[in-house]
Design a protein. Structure first.
Ligand code: C2E
Ligand code: MG
Ligand code: MG
Ligand code: MG
Length: 285
């Protein structure tokens, strides 16, 4: 297309840019009313414990369906929500929804599982976060030992003393902390030993190239050893095939999450596949 305009990239890129700006405005306008219009919902993705062969954890993943825009991916709207204070109310809604769902499963008599919820760095910056979590735990009457907060390395770019204080306040509520997307951020390894993480989630980019690239196999094996040495459990993300499962099992990875086990699914589908007809469990053997 640039050639048509004799290489004048200025005239070519301006319309594209405008389109992107307009899209962003439409997204922002709809995002502001999404909560009150009840347009968000949560899907749940099981995490399989490799030792027991059972699902012991479930990650809550937000979804947005808007009339004008259709389904919008979290990668698209979470950054926008983070630009405004909207992420605080959305984050709180996800947390409450996921905790209430986990409590409901327990009350239906299903074996208790852990629920993992992603935290935005903006939530982490808020001094009210520990109180918010405590309030949600009280409201939903869920025992905090069944809750994990997933944070990413980008959250750790704040001052070390402040980060440490916030992590300790969160841990004091009784929840666990997982470091998500491990290996793709900018932080140094030293925070792994300094901060009180319970679980490390290896980013899917390492898992997905393991079978082609020896370097990634080595990284995965080494990270598992490092995390275990520091008393953390390890979850591998993005596991899509048996070969990856086999390697992770061999390397004593604790749990796996990925399309091989299940895509993120609705709470009804999950309770059916996991506990009623147990089709999810059968897939694992
Ligand atoms: P994440 O926390 O790392 O979540 C895992 C993502 O990987 C999910 O994408 C999931 O659908 C996808 N995934 C799971 N298994 C596989 C697999 O085998 N292969 C591949 N290719 N992908 C797999 P999703 O749901 O689109 O979420 C993307 C990101 O958006 C999440 O990454 C998380 O950072 C963010 N996010 C999702 N829900 C929330 C939320 O409630 N709050 C916040 N702050 N962020 C959220
Ligand atoms: Mg996550
Ligand atoms: Mg992740
Ligand atoms: Mg991610």
């Amino acid at each position: 297309k640039a050639k048509e305009f004799g290489g004048n990239t200025y005239t070519v890129f301006v319309p594209d840019h405008q389109e992107a700006v307009e899209k962003k405005l439409v997204l922002q306008r709809n995002l502001r009313t999404a909560l009150e219009r009840d347009e968000f919902y949560v899907l749940y993705q099981p995490q399989l414990d490799l030792r027991s062969g059972t699902v012991q954890g479930i990650e809550a993943l937000i979804r947005w369906k808007n009339e004008e825009l259709g389904e919008v991916a979290p990668a698209e709207f979470i950054p926008l929500a983070e630009g405004s204070r909207l992420i605080l109310s959305i984050g709180e809604w996800v947390l409450r929804t996921a905790c209430a769902q986990n409590k409901a499963w327990q009350e239906e008599g299903f074996p208790p599982v852990n629920i993992s919820v992603n935290l935005s760095s903006v939530q982490f910056q808020s001094e009210e976060l520990p109180a918010t979590i405590q309030r949600i735990l009280r409201e939903t009457a869920l025992d905090p030992k069944w809750v994990t907060l997933e944070i990413t390395e980008s959250l750790l770019l704040q001052s070390k003393s402040r980060t440490m204080r916030m992590l300790n306040e969160l841990k004091a509520t009784g929840v666990s902390i997982a470091i998500d997307d491990f290996g793709v951020g900018y932080s140094s390894l030293s925070y792994l030993k300094d901060y009180p993480f319970d679980c490390l989630k290896i980013d899917k980019s390492f898992i997905q190239h393991m079978n082609e690239e020896q370097g990634d196999e080595l990284i995965v094996r080494t990270v598992i050893g490092l995390a275990h040495g520091l008393n953390m459990t390890v979850i591998a993300e993005g596991v899509e095939n048996e070969e990856q499962l086999h390697y992770l099992h061999q390397q004593s990875c604790d749990s796996i999450q990925g399309f091989l086990i299940s895509k993120p699914i609705s709470p009804d589908q999950l309770s059916k596949q996991l506990w009623v007809d147990q089709s999810l469990g059968r897939k694992l053997h």
